[in-house]
Ligand binder design. Structure first.
Ligand code: ATP
Ligand code: MG
Length: 559
């Protein structure tokens, strides 16, 4: 865990501490239970940090359990990506890798026992009929006509279901609870449905699959989970979770505790919606750096320590709320500011000819690698007669308070010389093509022996000794804080930001960039934090902008 991450307390930790103090539990076991039906997102990261973090803090264990009870949408690709993501976040499940599908035999046996105890029955109502008969919270439901069949008949039918003698949807196994229960989820919920579909792990062994409600708590019990932490939408399911445990009476009794899911501004956080963005090629795959998936933020260059820090800082809530994306970016910047080395790159180049500088010389200057960390040392940056500066750093007619380059003004080139702009060269259409400047040889290294001060310092790159880079500049994928607010008949995709990706045409970086490995994070001075992207080849260096340098969060805190 990074030094920056201070463990904070929260209501779940309070419960755990009470359970340890009272002797209810001597060892804490939590679990992270993803359904392998898509890639994990930053909301899952919160859950991972919470469950693995608690296990770590209390010397317990955290299981990684694939909740793979729904064969239609689940794939091995997702299982692998999920494992990769959990590891990347810095957590280790050790030997505790489980699959709900490993418990199918046990779950079946328990279901048979429930039938024998008169607590489950085979029902031939369709899903629609079941839904209709369930009724609303205010009223009562209507009992299924199949509810009171004999134990023998139920056992026989359930076995036939298992043996594939029915078609999909022809019948289901339902718990026999109470059709007048005030909580509609307890009105004889479905436990098993028939799906003649191969499963990614059990193949064609089963054609009946348990529902989430029936499988989840029992899986927790099998694994001796002490605290089963989930998001608020399962709060109403808790009585059912407990009802099943009471019906089956496993040796171990896990406790379900809910917390509010993480929502982020400018972000959608549902696998279903993210899947749509991928399938419809709105983004370039699950790991598109604009995606809130863990694969996406990894490729974007977010450090895992920053994600853990963010997760800790936002704490735990019992009510839904939305966290500002600015805070996440702030955590990323704070982390990178301390560690990332500085380099120079010009994203939008304007050529400068230093007319009084010799043509055939390449001088090397020492530039500071990280002003936040002296031990990071310095590097050599080549300087030549022709350089590039950022277009934005020049104004023909300077605005008020513009202290960078303009005709007649002197500025410092970072780590090099003072230069003064004398001439503007334009093409026939009046566009500026280059600037002619002169340098003061006395200002070598970026300071003047006569104590002469300049107000502006700008970055630069040699026009002959550089690395061309393709810089991918990202903005939020959506242009509004809440992408789920759209007009009638519309879609969340109406809120997509058309400028979420800008690719530079001719950006140049200092030569030292060439040595950096894929995944290395650094700062392009004054431009932002960047990472070497996996599309980099020996011919082309591709960099992703992780975040800009403007910290909106920090600014808001100061106000
Ligand atoms: P989604 O709704 O995004 O499709 P899910 O809840 O269906 O996600 P699961 O694979 O079932 O995805 O989730 C695994 C775990 O991650 C669950 O315990 C779930 O509660 C938790 N989780 C999912 N989304 C969030 C979130 N936004 N914030 C915190 N925890 C989350
Ligand atoms: Mg789910």
């Amino acid at each position: 865990m990074s030094e920056a991450t201070k463990e904070t307390t929260n209501f779940i930790k309070t419960i755990i501490e009470e359970d340890l103090a009272s002797g209810k539990h001597s060892k804490i076991i939590t679990r992270f239970p993803p359904e392998p039906n898509g890639y994990l997102h930053i909301g899952h990261a919160k859950s991972i940090c919470l469950n693995f973090g608690i296990a770590k803090q209390y010397n317990g264990t955290c299981h990684l359990r694939f909740d793979d009870t729904n064969p239609e949408k689940e794939e091995t690709e997702y299982v692998e990506s999920i494992m990769n993501d959990v590891k990347w976040l810095g957590f280790d499940w050790g030997e505790n890798l489980f699959y709900a599908s490993s418990y199918f035999d046990q779950l079946y046996e328990w279901a048979v026992q429930m039938i024998k105890d008169g607590l489950a029955f085979v029902c031939h109502q369709t899903l629609e009929e079941i839904r209709e008969c369930r009724g609303t919270a205010k009223g009562k439901g209507i009992e299924s006509p199949y509810r009171n069949r004999s134990v023998e008949e139920n056992l026989d039918l359930f076995e036939k279901m298992k043996n594939g003698e029915f078609k999909d949807g022809e019948c289901m196994l339902r718990a026999k609870i109470d059709m007048a229960h005030p909580n509609v989820l307890l009105r004889d919920p479905v436990m098993y449905r028939i799906k003649h579909v191969s499963h990614h792990r059990t193949g064609d062994k089963w054609c009946i699959y348990p529902t989430y409600d029936y499988a989840h708590g029992q899986s927790d019990a099998i694994e001796n989970i002490t605290h089963s932490i989930c998001t608020l939408e399962f709060e109403a399911h808790r009585p059912l979770y407990e009802w099943f445990l009471e019906a089956i009476k496993p040796l171990s009794r896990p406790r379900q505790i809910e917390f509010a899911r993480l929502n982020l501004t400018y972000t959608v956080m549902s696998k279903r919606l993210l899947m749509k963005l991928v399938k419809e090629n709105i983004v370039n795959g699950w790991d598109d750096p604009r995606m809130p998936t863990i694969a996406g933020i990894r490729r974007r260059g977010y450090p895992p320590e920053a994600v853990r820090d963010f997760s800790e800082r936002i704490g735990l809530a019992k009510r839904e709320s939305t966290v500002s994306l600015d805070l996440l970016e702030h955590c990323v910047r704070e982390n990178l500011n301390k560690k990332a080395r500085r380099y120079m790159a010009v994203i939008n180049p304007l050529k400068v000819v230093v007319t009084n500088y010799p043509e055939d010389i390449v001088e090397e200057f020492d530039a500071v690698n990280n002003p936040e960390d002296e031990t990071a040392g310095t590097r050599k940056v080549p300087f030549t007669r022709e350089i590039y500066i950022e277009k934005d750093d020049f104004m023909e007619e300077p605005a008020k308070k513009f202290h960078r380059l303009y005709p007649g003004n002197e500025v410092r080139l970072r780590a090099a010389y003072y230069i003064t702009c004398n001439d503007i060269i334009k093409d026939e259409n009046g566009n500026i093509v280059e600037l002619h400047c002169t340098y003061d040889p006395e200002t070598k290294g970026g300071s003047s022996p006569d104590g002469r001060k300049v107000k502006g310092t700008i970055h630069w790159v040699s026009a002959s000794h550089n690395v061309p880079v393709e810089a991918r500049l990202y903005d939020t994928l959506f242009k509004v804080e809440n992408p789920m607010e759209f007009g009638e008949g519309g879609s969340f995709t109406d809120n997509l930001n058309p400028d979420s990706l800008k690719v530079t045409e001719n950006a140049y970086a200092e030569v030292n960039i060439k040595e950096l490995p894929q995944g290395e994070r650094f700062q392009f001075e004054r431009v932002g934090y960047f990472v070497i992207d996996s599309d980099t080849t020996s011919e082309k260096t591709v960099v992703n902008r992780i975040v800009t340098l403007k910290d909106k969060w920090a600014r808001l805190q100061k106000k």
